[in-house]
Ligand binder design. Structure first.
Ligand SMILES: Cc1cc2nc3c(=O)[nH]c(=O)nc-3n(C[C@H](O)[C@H](O)[C@H](O)COP(=O)(O)OP(=O)(O)OC[C@H]3O[C@@H](n4cnc5c(N)ncnc54)[C@H](O)[C@@H]3O)c2cc1C
Ligand code: SF4
Length: 549
């Protein structure tokens, strides 16, 4: 196919992704210079519709960005009122006293909220400040100038058939350019991945680590609903099979958010994060709240866990990584939206200053250092050994050693154990299936637990079937020739949407990819043991449509 002619638009600042990071950057840029043209591209049909988080929100970055947020009606109406941390066995729960945890893990002063709704509100504030937001515009390809600097992206290409040829409604999309391009695609961004490789941004950092969060929104009875009450758990059901933990947050209007995060460095390929989440809901503490309630939404999203050690170089010629595209999740606090926003604000400040000097498409030198020496870096440095300890020693030992290390950091300003290393990337963590015990998951009961397809109907997923597969296999033979015999093709289990299925018998067996079900969680891009799957954006406006996740 010949290269189609595309319309071109130029901006001072181009931001890819309308999450907390992208919108914070855009707002900050316009606050600093209202004459700048600032554009944000978002792949969801509507701002906030692809956002999935917990969430307990630390308002620190919001306080700095929009100090009048309460008066301006930000949807942070439910302060945390009661906070418990439980160690679960299958039938009991041991409450860990707060006094054992360093004060910086406290949720006092935080808000229980839907990050999706906060992002919708941030979108309104951005538009009010003169930012142009284009939802339904997936940035599919980076554009570089002759010197190799990023200058923009191709976005909004639609109507290609499955074989890649233009269909009757083909739209070539547009070229959008910026003097600086900020990449705010969230965890495991598709452009971010290309740019990290191209500019070797991770040459001096340790591999990024990830978790998969699977979450539901429920409406529960008034007798069990306590707005602001939050529960975090560890232990059962994951036990020794994987690190991770559960959460249940009481929002307003009878709603609770319930979820389980499974760390993606688990070794047993029989583990199924979706089924673990179904079991989690049957724990007496959780079931006692959900039973008799009504499920409203289902979804999944990867989150970063590498923290301090995994922060890559943020700047490159023409732009920067911001927010979860670069990491910044505080794992023991399970919070990353405030650090994502602050990293974005610092990057926007650097870009605005550079534009004021008449610069464009060069590198925002000093950005990585500026973020690391801000409160983002200080916060992450204190908790940096929790993840390596979890990977090495499992949840119980890590809780004790990590607790000691964090207390030390609290009292003396730096962790006792220096900066432990993460080791290998998550896709190399699986052991051969024959060496691991299969895990027998109970059948869903249809009241608290459900099969994948029923759950998917609560994610409002839509993808046009007749378009090129957005899940690219580097080698089509690997699923059957390596992943199936060695690992039992784990994609059948780690994908929370049932996208990957081995179908057929004997010599007729093949991997079927139900791409239309994809939740955009990015787990296959992270966990395939052969690093054979690349997630690319499908047509803009497609994917899940989350109502306030
Ligand atoms: C289960 C779970 C629980 C969590 N709990 C909490 C919590 O309680 N508190 C907390 O503070 N944090 C929590 N986090 C982390 C928090 O959600 C992230 O740190 C935060 O969302 C990162 O913001 P971001 O803007 O960098 O990325 P995201 O929020 O992921 O936003 C990225 C945006 O970019 C869009 N996008 C991606 N690629 C493209 C593209 N190529 N073109 C156009 N648009 C694109 C996406 O659709 C999305 O809207 C949790 C995360 C998960 C998964
Ligand atoms: S196909 Fe990949 S990105 Fe899509 S839902 Fe499954 S694991 Fe997540």
């Amino acid at each position: 196919m010949t290269t189609p002619r595309r319309e071109r638009m130029d901006f001072d600042l181009l931001v890819i992704g309308a999450g907390p990071a992208g919108l914070a950057a855009a707002i900050r840029a316009r606050q600093l210079n209202p004459d700048l043209s600032v554009c944000v591209l978002e792949k969801a049909a509507e701002t906030g519709a692809h956002i999935l988080s917990g969430a307990i929100i630390d308002p620190r970055a919001l306080d700095e960005l929009l100090p009048g947020w309460k008066r301006q009606g930000a949807p942070l109406a439910t302060p945390v009122s009661h906070d418990s941390f439980l160690l679960l066995t299958e039938s009991s729960a041991l409450s860990i006293p707060h006094a054992l945890m360093p004060p910086f893990l406290s949720n006092e002063g935080m808000y229980v909220a839907s990050l999706g709704n906060l992002v919708r509100w941030l979108g309104e504030q951005a538009e009010g400040a003169g930012v142009e937001i284009y939802p339904g515009f997936a940035a599919s390809r980076p554009l570089f100038d002759d010197s190799g600097a990023l200058t923009g992206v191709v976005a909004g290409e639609m109507g290609l058939r499955r074989d890649g040829s233009p269909g009757p409604n083909y739209e070539p999309g547009m070229e959008l350019h910026g003097k600086y391009v900020l990449i705010a695609e969230g965890a495991r961004g598709s452009l971010a991945r290309l740019l990290i490789d191209r500019y070797r941004l991770d040459a001096e950092s340790q591999p990024q680590k990830y978790g998969l969060g699977i979450k539901e929104l429920w409406e529960v009875g008034p007798e069990v609903h306590h707005p602001g009450r939050v529960i975090h758990t560890m232990g059962w059901p994951l036990g020794r099979n994987a690190a991770g933990g559960g959460f249940l947050y009481h929002l307003e209007e009878g709603r609770v958010a319930v979820g389980l995060v499974t760390h993606l460095d688990y070794a047993n390929p029989w583990l199924d994060p979706y089924e673990e989440f179904q079991r989690f809901k049957h724990h007496p503490v959780i079931a006692g709240i959900l039973r008799g309630g009504r499920r409203m939404a289902y979804g999944a999203r990867a989150l970063t866990e590498g923290g301090w050690q995994s922060i890559p170089r943020l700047s490159f010629p023409g732009g920067a990584l911001i927010g979860a595209s670069a990491g910044f999740m505080n794992l023991p606090r399970i919070k990353g939206s405030h650090t994502a926003m602050k990293s974005a604000m610092i990057a926007a400040e650097a870009a605005v200053a550079a534009i004021a000097e008449g610069r464009a498409h060069d590198e925002l030198e000093g950005l990585t250092g500026a973020v690391k020496s801000s409160w983002v870096g200080r916060e992450l440095a204190k908790v940096r050994n929790v993840k390596p300890l979890l990977s090495r020693h499992g949840p119980l030992a890590a809780m004790m050693l990590g607790g000691l290390d964090m207390w030390w950091a609290h009292l003396f300003g730096r962790p006792l154990m220096g900066a432990l290393r993460h080791g290998k990337p998550d896709h190399l963590a699986l052991r051969p299936a024959a060496e691991c015990p299969p895990i027998d998951y109970p059948a869903p009961d249809g009241e608290l637990s459900f099969d994948r397809l029923t759950s998917l109907s609560f994610a409002n997923v839509f993808h046009e079937e007749d378009q090129p597969l957005h899940l690219k296999l580097a080698d089509k033979n690997i699923p059957l020739e390596k992943n199936l015999p060695v690992y039992g093709e784990p994609a059948q289990r780690y994908c929370p949407a049932g996208v990957y299925e081995i179908v057929g018998e004997g010599g007729e067996r093949r991997l079927q990819i139900n791409a239309a079900n994809c939740l955009h969680c990015k787990t296959c891009d992270i966990k395939d043991p052969s690093a054979n799957i690349t997630w690319t954006p499908p047509q803009g406006g497609e994917g899940p449509s989350y109502p306030g996740m």
